[in-house]
Design a protein around this ligand. Structure first.
Ligand code: G6P
Length: 372
């Protein structure tokens, strides 16, 4: 009903708007007054977490993209090798697991069959399983050794939005907590990022306030056949997520690529007026990556692409090559997906509406896939 949608036309719009609160709620009570993480609900003995020599993340769909981003954070802050795998592929290839493996199963619903089967397989091999889940008491957390709940509230729209952002927050919490616990050389950075995390819900709010030009742009592209997405580092999974959203909602061909792979194939797809969304890493920090992506934008624009550039406030290097420029707030490099994903959600939602599609219930898709 209209009341359930809180005045929005679709649940998806409501859920996109709820993201600042979802992010804040997922952090609530998990950062103490000294600015350290206290994950009391993470009921895995510290001795097990300290001994872990490998992290394996399993998930499906949008949750898998959260896992891809988590890998960058986990390896950087904890120095523990981390693999990410589609749950549907995982158990069929005889993965190497033992009592020192920490498996993280990410699932909004907690009922996705592929993810459940993957975690059962991992536990059979002696691994410790941590679930990141949005649904209290669902099957995946019940069958895991521990659970870190995301507090996005119920997500009704089939295409995941606020659950995704909170999955990212939970993944950052796990990475930072493990880093904190294991005392890596990144102690100062970890403390600084925890402070930034507690501000990030305001940044998401600010992004939401500036989305009208993104909606306008989406409407102007409603008759396009294809949209390409490019990203690098954590922007690469964001590109994959932007493409997935467009497929799910707008029923358009869309593909996400690692920007560095452009010359190994995707550049052949660039022709006059093809929209290409580019997620630009911060010019601070890993500035090499920033410079490389700027030359990618130059390259594709020279071949006639319509460049839609998502870049940090104050990043002036991209301006000459952007047909459309979408600004996002300055954030630490690894946290950028929390703000860069939001315009892509709005973009897909608006494009779907412009094409007359059912936003909350896209054809052929289910909110929770409980069969293999
Ligand atoms: C379905 C949904 C997706 C979701 C995926 C994983 O395909 O349509 O939006 O990302 O399942 O769901 P989960 O509940 O495990 O996060």
């Amino acid at each position: 009903s209209a009341a359930e949608k809180g005045g929005y036309d679709y649940f998806m719009l409501k859920e996109i708007a709820e993201q600042p609160k979802a992010v804040a709620d997922t952090l609530l009570g998990r950062i103490n007054v000294e600015g350290a993480l206290t994950l009391d609900d993470l009921r895995i003995p510290s001795r097990v977490l300290r001994a872990a020599d490998k992290v394996v993340i399993v998930a499906c769909g949008t949750a898998f993209h959260a896992g891809l981003i988590a890998k960058y954070a986990i390896e950087h802050w904890t120095r523990i090798p981390c693999e990410v795998e589609l749950a549907s592929e995982f158990r069929y290839r005889d993965p190497i697991l033992n009592t020192r493996t920490l498996v993280v199963a990410i699932s909004q619903s907690g009922e996705t069959m592929d993810t459940l089967m993957a975690l059962r397989h991992a536990r059979d091999q002696g691994a410790t399983v941590l679930a990141i889940c949005n649904t209290n008491g669902s099957t995946i957390p019940r069958e895991s050794d521990a659970v870190l709940y995301t507090h996005a509230g119920p997500e009704v729209a089939v295409a995941s939005t606020k659950a995704f952002l909170t999955q990212l927050v939970a993944c950052y919490l796990v990475a930072l907590y493990l880093g904190q616990l294991r005392g890596t050389k990144y102690g100062d950075e970890i403390r600084a990022v925890i402070r930034e995390l507690s501000r990030v819900s305001h940044e998401v709010e600010r992004v939401l306030e500036t989305m009208e030009p993104v909606r306008e742009l989406a409407r102007s592209l409603a008759d396009k056949k294809t949209v390409l997405f490019l990203g690098r580092h954590v922007g690469y999974p964001v590109a994959l997520e932007g493409a997935l959203k467009l497929k799910e909602l707008a029923y358009m061909h869309a593909e996400g690529f690692a920007a560095g792979e452009l010359k190994h194939g995707p550049i052949a797809l660039i022709e006059e007026d093809v929209p290409v969304v580019v997620v630009v890493p911060s010019p601070r920090g890993r500035s090499v990556l920033h410079d490389k992506i700027v030359s990618n934008i130059q390259e594709i624009r020279a071949r006639g692409a319509r460049t839609i550039v998502i870049a940090e406030e104050g990043d002036e290097a991209v301006v000459p090559y952007a047909d459309h420029l979408i600004r996002i707030p300055v954030t630490p490099t690894l946290l950028q997906p929390l703000v860069s994903t939001v315009p892509l959600q709005v973009f897909a939602c608006e494009l779907a509406t412009a094409r007359g599609n059912e936003v909350d219930q896209p054809r052929n898709l289910a909110k929770s896939v409980t069969v293999e």
